[in-house]
Design a protein around this ligand. Structure first.
Ligand code: 4AD
Ligand code: MG
Length: 448
């Protein structure tokens, strides 16, 4: 308690400034305060080498017995992994050190000592995935998870920056909705007072309304699918960024998607080199992501699959393996457009040349990551939509407001949705989307 109390007074006038580890280079030769946790401790006789972690990076400290008080040395010697600390010392450049700097420690306060009898469960040794997933709240402290979630941040920021620069307005869509957007088989239902509500599968229908109000809009939020699929690409809760533009066509959206993905990759390469290195990502694969991306029709995609020995038949939707096969044909993301209308959502505009096709597009990532974007041009005709809603047995009352959009100033419009986790998995080259989101929700996982 006394130590915790004195810790809160750490930043008094006389104390050296609190510096995040990733800014340490600017403090060479100067005294600083570091607040964080013990990552590791190595002892070599009268010298201790603790490694500190503060969320922004790692910093090795050097504690020489002669140079500190006996209390500080004793305290440091007893430190356990993930004990919380406030450390003071002087920054010294050292080319051999991780990050190029070390801290010559002069003082060290312990806020909470992790007991030796109940040590931090995640150690540098290998742990099984389920063990780690059960301890996700602690696993997030590891360097690899830190790198992934920093890249996730960069990707989310790049989406916003890109769309903002392109003149798109952020207009949030609701999460509680009265109806399905992407088919009724993956809806999460919840009680909503006297009626039923569903967790949104996509903000698209609302963005179609707001694009008629603002021209170019996007929503960016959590979306939900009660997917019974247990694959490395499926979450039940994931984040989608969804631009939608009035007077836009399928081609406009293919151009936008291509520019957006290029921008995202460039931003990650420019700002997250260190994190990519932590993940041992082969960046040469990302450096080649430049427009134009290959564009093929669904028909052409089916030909490629057949040539690659797949038993795929025209008319079906691509499964994970088909997407992987197709993506592997190209070194850049590929845009597959003009799908059979029968396998796509009710809101798709038919291709005027071949009405059995929908003006929809999927973007498949390279290196086997499958679909990262789905979208297209929206059906403009009221009667067509009415017929589709009936055919697909969707509750018409719930779509009345949506149908208004075709009565009051209908225009051609188009948009797409990009799943953030799929993009993070690809850019980080992860085995599974479970590591791309802080607390993943999957078929068999609601905790922690
Ligand atoms: O292809 P989807 O289902 O398209 C839509 O929801 C459209 N309404 C979007 C729009 O046009 N505004 O989903 C879009 C993207 C997919 O390409 C994929 O990246 C991601 O969302 N996605 C998932 N990500 C993780 N887990 C799941 N279960 C996902 N389902 C879709
Ligand atoms: Mg899709």
């Amino acid at each position: 308690m006394s130590e915790a109390a004195s810790a809160s007074a750490a930043q008094t006038e006389s104390q050296p400034p609190i510096v995040p580890i990733d800014q340490i280079a600017r403090w060479e030769g100067k005294p600083v305060t570091i607040r964080g946790w013990l990552y590791n401790l190595r002892a070599s006789g009268k010298i201790l080498f603790p490694i500190f972690r503060d969320g922004t990076g790692l910093l090795q400290g050097v504690i020489v017995q002669k140079a500190v008080s006996p209390e500080v040395f004793a305290r440091a010697k007893e430190l356990t992994q993930e004990s919380s600390l406030i450390v003071r010392g002087t920054v010294r450049a050292d080319t051999r050190a991780h990050g190029g700097y070390e801290l010559d420690v002069s003082d060290l306060q312990v806020l909470q000592l992790v007991p030796v009898t109940d040590p931090f469960p995640i150690t540098p040794k290998e742990h099984g995935v389920e063990f780690l997933m059960d301890r996700r709240h602690l696993w997030l402290r590891s360097q690899r998870q830190n790198a992934i979630l920093r890249i996730r941040h960069e990707i989310s920021k790049a989406c916003r920056d890109f769309l903002d620069q392109e003149g798109y307005l952020l207009v949030d869509a609701p999460i509680l909705t009265p109806a399905a957007c992407e088919g009724t088989t993956t809806l999460f239902e919840t009680d909503y007072f006297e009626e039923k509500a569903y967790l949104t599968q996509s903000g698209q229908l609302y963005s179609e309304a707001t694009c008629a109000a603002f021209g170019k809009v996007y929503c960016f939020g959590p979306t939900f699918r009660a997917e019974k699929s247990k694959t490395r690409r499926h979450l039940t809760e994931f984040w989608m960024v969804e631009p939608e533009a009035a007077f836009a066509t399928l081609d406009d959206m293919m151009d936008l998607a291509e520019r957006m993905v290029t921008y995202i990759v460039k931003q990650v390469l420019a700002n997250r080199r260190r994190e990519l290195a932590t993940l041992e990502r082969d960046v040469s694969k990302l450096e080649g992501i430049e427009p134009p991306f290959p564009r093929i029709t669904y028909d052409e995609a089916v030909e490629i699959l057949k040539r690659k020995g797949s038993a795929y038949e025209w008319g079906g939707d691509f499964g994970g393996t088909d997407e992987t096969l197709l993506g592997e044909e190209f070194t850049k993301p590929v845009l597959v457009h003009r799908f059979p209308a029968a396998i796509k959502a009710f809101y798709m505009e038919p291709d005027p040349e071949r009405p059995e096709l929908a003006l929809g597009v999927d973007m498949l990532a390279p290196e086997g990551y499958g679909e990262i974007i789905g979208g297209g041009q929206r059906a403009a005709d009221l009667n067509l939509l009415l017929r589709r809603i009936e055919e697909q047995k969707l509750p018409k009352e719930a779509f009345d407001w949506y149908l208004d959009l075709r009565k009051y100033g209908a225009v051609p419009h188009a948009g797409f949705g990009m799943g953030i986790e799929r993009v993070v998995a690809w850019i980080c080259k992860l085995e599974h989307v479970r590591e791309t989101i802080p607390f993943p929700r999957m078929l068999y996982r609601l905790r922690p």
